[in-house]
Design a protein around this ligand. Structure first.
Ligand code: ADP
Ligand code: ZN
Ligand code: ZN
Length: 748
């Protein structure tokens, strides 16, 4: 009960993202607003000389503020009564700000983005029969009125035009019935349904494989007993992981609990959504970045209200307003797209682990190529339980993988991008009317453009990145999307420009030249900018209307087409030479995943991998489908180098328009860090790497330097960095900014 004679205070988190302001402020709730404001309301408050948006995160005040006699200001307005977040979501935001060292306001806004980034519910005006009224008597002459009334009764909420059309009468009939008080015309909320036309399907009945059964039994038991538990479902490609997810979700539904299924950005295919909608109907909510703001808002509310029990989405779906989570599944848990590469730089896996802690739920992390960190955690004494599915369903064979040594091929005078072996293999498939997938992880036509007269390598004028030639005739920067003319040298004006390094467009051209009769489709981010285009290309290929599918990593995931009997990896070395300690792991994962796209039908399959380094261990192990072998090799390197999972990393990236300032800040930071390490005498060794220019030393006209901090203890690592931020953070703001990346996935 609110006592009206007592002043009611609130703790407000203001929408000002500055490190020195990152705390609550106390405001008084004026009498006229008292009944409408609670935790989770959005309000406008005076802040300094401005008015800013704020979120009520608590009621009451801390005695300190009162004892200091500070004059407490009034809340001015309500923007949204809310609640726009649940208690658990606020907790999650708090955790995120502490774990990733970001401000609470940016964490909270990330968590609740779908709820606040829009206009609210959608209302339309429509026709309704008057409730609780007996059916009116229509005279035989009033057939039209009767027809219209019946139509509206069966389809409440129609617009007058649409109702008249359906009833086959003129619109004026609607107006007459409204004025006679037989129908009413009023506004209603309607749901913006992103996938309205999906029909219910029944679940396929499989004889589960013994491995599926064993995995399911353990997961079911954990769901039934309760108490948080994490499984790593290590299942080779084609072992039927999705079926395990579906059965586990059913179990959870039967217990009346929510399930969350996260998939990587590129794996959220229309087929997966169709399958889930078909199986679980309206109980499914879908959350991903390609929804409109309105659709996301409505899906969000269906989750918050408990209508949706199965939440399917990409990484941000982990922030859904859950209230009863039983199971959180993360498919392809090793995928880099689970990490958000802008502030706050969270990893969905950490969020999921946190969630199941909050709800006492079960987590299933699934992958054919688990991250080294996750696999390590399944070792005796570790926090995860390993569930293995080492065989494909229906005892299908893993495809044979053939490595093609491109060095040798060059000696025999092979032409362009494809080796003779690959070309004849493609030919064979085409003759048998089988399908081919070619994987090349570079879009555009040529990835390196050089002037033959002056030797200039064409780079973006805003980024330290070589430009890619696109067959539309321009050069494009894949970092800032800048466009530049492509036919002459910007330095000497020469028109003798040479193009190196094949992208998917060049590959497509070459394939069309080699196989003029084949139908070729290409899938990369240039051909899939329009909504739905991704699905269209896939269904053309799936229906057999194309023979060859060319694509970037988009084709590496989720593609399950029985007629694909050859998968070609055009250049396996691309990811291998990235200056990053994870490059071997990424290479292994990519080859293994792409190889998994074939041999899924009765026809069997073959994989061909073109490489200049056929003896590299990650390529060798991938060719043998030997994840444990790869793991054992790579883990020793990580240990020797003290890289994760044997240490925790933080990266501090400095950026700004003046290179000198950026460098100065980085140097200053490094020296403060070193001093603190000396004073604090941490029990674990903390190493500072850098400062040095980042691998990509300029993006969008901002120079970039970084420091990498490495420690055996994540806690100490963060305590150290936090101390520097708290003491010195705001001093750096003016000339150049910095950002902190905890557990960085990329050091570029
Ligand atoms: P993964 O995700 O492990 O690569 P999928 O879940 O894509 O494997 O399963 C591969 C195919 O096998 C799918 O078409 C799936 O419907 C089918 N499938 C799943 N379980 C079985 C089973 N027990 N018997 C036969 N087919 C199955
Ligand atoms: Zn030139
Ligand atoms: Zn650029």
């Amino acid at each position: 009960m609110k006592e009206t004679d007592q002043e009611i205070f609130s703790q407000v988190l203001v929408d000002v993202d500055a490190r020195n302001i990152d705390r609550n402020f106390c405001y008084l709730i004026p009498d006229r607003l008292v009944d409408r404001i609670g935790i989770g309301s959005v309000v406008i408050v005076p802040f300094g000389r401005r008015k800013v948006t704020g979120y009520i995160i608590d009621l009451g005040t801390d005695p300190l503020v009162l004892s200091k006699g500070i004059r407490i200001k009034n809340i001015e307005e309500i923007v949204d009564e809310g609640p726009v977040f649940t208690k658990k979501q606020l907790e999650l935001a708090r955790w995120m700000s502490e774990y990733y060292l970001c401000s609470l306001i940016s964490a909270l806004q990330t968590v609740i983005a779908p709820r606040i980034h829009r206009t609210g519910p959608k209302k339309v005006n429509g026709l309704f029969v008057i409730p609780n009224l007996p059916e009116p008597e229509f005279s035989p002459r009033a057939v039209k009125s009767h027809l219209l009334w019946q139509t509206v009764k069966n389809n409440p909420g129609l617009t007058p035009g649409r109702a008249a059309e359906l009833a086959g009468v003129s619109e004026s009939v609607a107006g007459r019935l409204v004025s006679l008080g037989i129908l009413e015309y009023r506004s209603i909320e309607i749901r913006r349904n992103p996938y309205p036309l999906i029909e219910k399907i029944s679940q396929k009945e499989y004889m589960h494989t013994p491995e599926q059964n064993a995995a399911l039994e353990e997961i079911r038991r954990a769901i039934n007993t309760g108490g948080s538990k994490v499984f790593l479902l290590f299942g080779v490609t084609g072992s039927g992981k999705t079926e395990v997810y579906i059965q586990a979700i059913k179990q959870c539904l039967a217990k009346g609990k929510q399930s969350l299924l996260l998939v990587p950005e590129i794996a959220l295919t229309p087929q997966l959504i169709t399958e889930f909608k078909g199986l679980f109907g309206d109980k499914v909510a879908v959350l991903h970045s390609r929804l409109s703001d309105g659709e996301r808002y409505d899906e969000w509310n269906r989750i918050a209200s408990g209508l949706a029990q199965v939440i399917l989405g990409t990484r941000s779906a982990a922030f859904a307003p859950l209230n009863n989570l039983g199971l959180a599944i993360m498919d392809e848990e090793h995928e880099p797209s689970y990490k958000q590469e802008e502030n706050p730089r969270y990893h969905a896996r950490e969020v999921v682990l946190r969630l199941i802690g909050q709800f006492n739920g079960v987590a299933v992390l699934g992958s054919a190529t688990p991250s080294l960190e996750s696999y390590q955690r399944t070792f005796p004494g570790g926090p995860y339980t390993l569930l293995s599915m080492l065989n494909r369903v229906e005892m299908r064979e893993m495809p044979t993988v053939r490595l093609i040594d491109m060095g040798e091929e060059l000696k025999t005078g092979s032409p362009g991008i494809l080796s003779n072996i690959m070309i004849s293999a493609i030919n064979q498939r085409l003759e048998k009317k089988e399908q081919v997938v070619l994987f090349l992880n570079r879009r555009g036509y040529a990835t390196l453009v050089v002037c033959r007269e002056c030797g200039l390598v064409m780079k973006c004028s805003h980024c330290d990145i070589s430009l890619t030639y696109h067959n539309a005739g321009h050069l494009s920067c894949h970092y800032c999307n800048g466009l530049f003319p492509g036919q002459f040298c910007p330095d000497c004006g020469s028109k003798l420009v040479e193009y190196f390094g094949a992208g998917t467009q060049k590959l497509e051209e070459e394939i069309k030249g080699q196989f003029p009769k084949a139908v070729v489709v290409r899938m990369d981010s240039d051909t899939t900018t329009r909504k739905g285009s991704h699905g269209k290309i896939l269904s053309i290929f799936r229906e057999g209307k194309a023979d060859i599918l060319i694509g970037t990593q988009m084709v590496a995931k989720g593609l399950d087409i029985p007629d694909v009997t050859l998968v070609g990896v055009v250049n396996a070395d691309l990811s291998l030479h990235m200056p990053d300690f994870r490059s071997s792991e990424r290479t292994f994962q990519l080859i293994a995943q792409v190889a998994g796209r074939t041999g899924r039908g009765e026809l069997g399959g073959e994989v061909m991998v073109q490489t200049f380094t056929p003896k590299h261990y990650s390529i060798l192990y991938a060719s043998k489908h030997d994840y444990p072998g790869f793991f054992n090799y790579e883990i020793n390197i990580r240990k020797a180098m003290r890289y994760p999972p044997f240490s925790r990393l933080a990266r501090i990236l400095f950026f700004g328009r003046e290179e000198e300032d950026v460098k100065k800040n980085a140097v200053k930071w490094a020296s403060i860090l070193k001093k603190k390490i000396e004073i604090n005498r941490y029990s674990e060794l903390i190493e500072i790497l850098g400062p040095a220019p980042a691998q990509i030393s300029k993006i969008k006209d901002r120079y970039r330097y970084h420091i990498v901090v490495k420690s055996g203890s994540g806690k100490q690592l963060k305590a150290l960095i936090n101390e520097v931020i708290k003491d010195n953070g705001d001093k750096f703001k003016k000339d150049s900014g910095f950002m902190v990346d905890i557990d960085p996935q990329s050091l570029m």
